[in-house]
Design a binder for this molecule. Structure first.
Ligand SMILES: [Zn+2]
Length: 80
């Protein structure tokens, strides 16, 4: 389930369809769905969370409904 407005959802979906025309990069499944916007933590090479301050980089999940691979797209790059 996405938390995006319908216009942002459609913009993200259009980008995903244009960039992944063959479907899922792993299984080639065609059922890719727009998931949640998440804010992954920054971690150092030992896996410790690093506080860089500021907002961080919001990422949009794109989920394959066949193999459940999750791709992440940068929301700022998507313009959403
Ligand atoms: Zn897949």
């Amino acid at each position: 389930m996405s938390s995006l407005s319908s216009s942002k959802y459609e913009k993200a979906l259009a980008h995903v369809r244009s960039r992944l025309p063959g479907g899922c990069p792993l299984c080639k499944g065609q059922r890719l769905t727009i998931g949640a916007v998440i804010l992954p933590p920054y971690v150092d090479e030992d896996g410790r969370v690093v506080d860089l301050g500021g907002r961080g980089a919001a990422m949009l999940q794109v989920i394959c409904s066949t193999c459940f691979r999750v791709e992440l797209f940068d929301c700022a790059g998507l313009g959403i």
